[in-house]
Design a protein around this ligand. Sequence first.
Ligand code: F6P
Length: 390
Amino acid sequence: MSDEKKAKKEEKAKKKEAASLPSVKPNPKGNVKRIGMLTSGGDCQALNATMRGVVKSLVSILGQDHLEIYGFLEGYKGLIYSNFRMLTSKDFSGILTLGGTILGTSRTPFKLMREPDENGLDKVEAMKHTYYKLGLDCLVILGGNGTHKTAHLLSEEGLNVITLPKTIDNDLWGTDITFGFQSAVDIATDAIDYIHTTAASHSRVFIVEVMGHRVGWLTLNAGIAGGADIVLIPEIPYDIEKVCEAINKRKARGHGFTIIAVAEGAISKEDAALSKKELKAKQKKAKHTSVSFELAEKIQEMTGQEVRITIPGHMQRGGSPNAYDRVLSTRLGAAAAEAIMDEDYGCMIGIQERETVRVPLTEVAGKLKMIQPDARIIREAELTGISFGV
Ligand code: F6P
């Protein structure tokens, strides 16, 4: 039998086993804490640092012999198909500065969770079976928006769940800041800094496209930190005339170059006025793969200036967490361990006004934290000369 066939057969057997497992009460061995852990969605810099924070704290409270850690591989997939590794505190040693995730991750869309997989497996039931089969006390789930919807679903299904707010987008409700965000701001800022010298030498317009499909936190912060002249974010639809006006004004004042920080999800006023259906249809027909190219074409046409595009892309999620994120994730991890000890489940550990807090998942799931167009930070950025294209 070929390796591929063998792997397929094994996977099928695993799925069958997961689907047929009996439900038993969690953790029959009351003296041991059994924690399942997974990272889901896009990765970011401080996932390992956060897991380390949880495990180190649990070990210091419980002692190593009273802790079992089940690391589910590649996000919810690991929980669905009972694919896990038993981990010890050693696995979490030396990973404070390590980017990515030692557990691997994947995107398992929430909208597909209630749909059976290609073999007819009920994913939600399979996750519950894995949980009960292993006699887990709780699941520690690290992820962003989509991940939180599924975590909430599992909590409503009766599993003990504690979540931790991960995303470079910083768009999770219930926490002032998510881990990964500040590290990504550093990288996007570096990109703008590098562009600055070349832009100034060539007298061109430079567009730096920053991650963030639905929110502009990363673009706004990197834009301010990098001294961008124009910042375009999804929350403030731009007027192309105003964008060009800002470029021309700079030129008239003797600045030959302009730097535009644009979020992946930045949108023009015209497009923002379309219905979801109309916008989708328009995007399907669009000749450009990202907002930057459309913008560049229009700016070139309307101002006659040369335009160049830089897209740092997934670099923004890569490398080591910065010092801020290391502190944040260590604190969040420790606070999660405390919540586990208090058996206070169904919550996300967030940070509000510099203190760690437990926020009910019902308040977090399905809500986006967006920038308010009338926020002080927008006004302050405008006062220092940044144009939002409006
Ligand atoms: O959610 C984090 C994020 O990095 C977004 O900023 C970006 O739009 C998206 O993920 C990219 O997703 P993927 O890694 O699946 O291409």
